[in-house]
Every structure is written in C-alpha cells, then in structure tokens.
Design a protein around this ligand. Structure first.
Ligand code: SF4
Length: 176
C-alpha cells in the first residue's frame, strides 16, 4: 500500500477539462487541502469510456431500480452498456483507495439527488450517478463525499479524519 492514503476524486474537480460542455469546474482550495494529506487519483468515467469533450449531455432514464444513461437532448444516444461495463471493470482497480470525492449533480458521479426521467418527467429524484452507485454499493464502508459537502474547514476535517481511520483499518488488515 502507498505510505499515504489514496483518495479518488472526480477529474473535473481537479481542473481537468473533461466536462461535457468543456467548462472547468476546478476547486483548487479543496484539492490543495486534500493534497496535504492524501495522494489524489483522478477518475472521469465519461471520458474513460471514450466520450469526447465536448459531448452531448446525458441523464438517467427509465426504471429507477436500474436506470439507463441516455442523451438529455437526444434520447437515441444510449451509453448505458458502456458505462455499466466500465463500472464493473473499474471498481476492481479501486480496492486500495481510502476515500472518494465525487462531483455533485452528475448522472455519472453524483452521490445523491440525481433525477431519473421518464418522458421528460422526473420519476425519482434521489438516485446516485451510475459510477458513484457502483462505488458505494461495492466498497460499502468507504468514506465518500461531494465537493458541496467540503465547503467548510469542519467538513474537510471531518472527511480527512474518516479517511485516516479507514486507511488505518486497511493497513491493519493488510498486516493482520
Ligand atoms: S462529473 Fe464525473 S463524468 Fe462528469 S466530467 Fe466530472 S469526472 Fe467526468
């Protein structure tokens, strides 16, 4: 294991130009704070399945218990199978991480309150993005958060403390 905890983070929060609209979503204050304690691992599910920048935006649609990922403006775009394949493979490379900072409000990375649409109507407003859903259901006790929950010093200190505790357990079980 790395001598410092590894924390995964949505690539766009690090300022990488990966968003669908090409705009930056950099949060340097959060990133610099976390980098004092952790090695950050950038992950962008949408570009890692080969989507370009810019690209048509996607959203969750259909059955809320197993939503599809389709184009927001063009429902003929359907990247569900690519994204689900990616989720199943990528998660196996993340057993070593000790935390994850997700980008809020993303159908791929958002942790909560992601809408699922049917015929342009919201039928469920409390889903997770498809990749975030895989992470939280596979790595059940992993400390996870979104950038919106790291706005204050107290919130950051709390997350850092959770990650350090989780990392200590990982080190202990690796040597146990
Ligand atoms: S929210 Fe996730 S999928 Fe979207 S640009 Fe950021 S890292 Fe990529």
């Amino acid at each position: 294991m790395s001598h410092r905890p590894v924390v995964a983070i949505s690539s766009c929060l690090l300022g990488q130009p990966v968003r669908y609209d090409g705009r930056l979503q950099h949060h340097p204050d959060i990133c610099q704070h976390l980098q004092q304690h952790f090695n950050l691992l950038a992950i962008c599910p949408e570009t890692e399945i080969g989507l370009p920048v810019p690209r048509p935006p996607v959203q969750l649609t259909g059955n809320p218990s197993r939503p599809r990922m389709t184009g927001r403006d063009n429902p003929d775009i359907d990247i569900t199978d690519s994204m689900r394949d990616y989720c199943q493979h990528k998660i196996h490379s993340l057993k070593h991480i000790s935390g994850y900072v997700f980008k809020s409000r993303s159908p791929s990375c958002g942790l909560e309150n992601i809408p699922v649409f049917e015929q342009n109507t919201v039928i469920d407003n409390n889903h997770a993005g498809l990749f975030a859903d895989t992470v939280i259901n596979t790595l059940a006790n992993l400390p996870v958060t979104e950038e919106t929950q790291l706005q204050t010093q107290a919130q950051r200190d709390n997350f850092i403390s959770q990650v350090l505790d989780y990392y200590a357990q990982q080190v202990h079980s690796n040597h146990g």
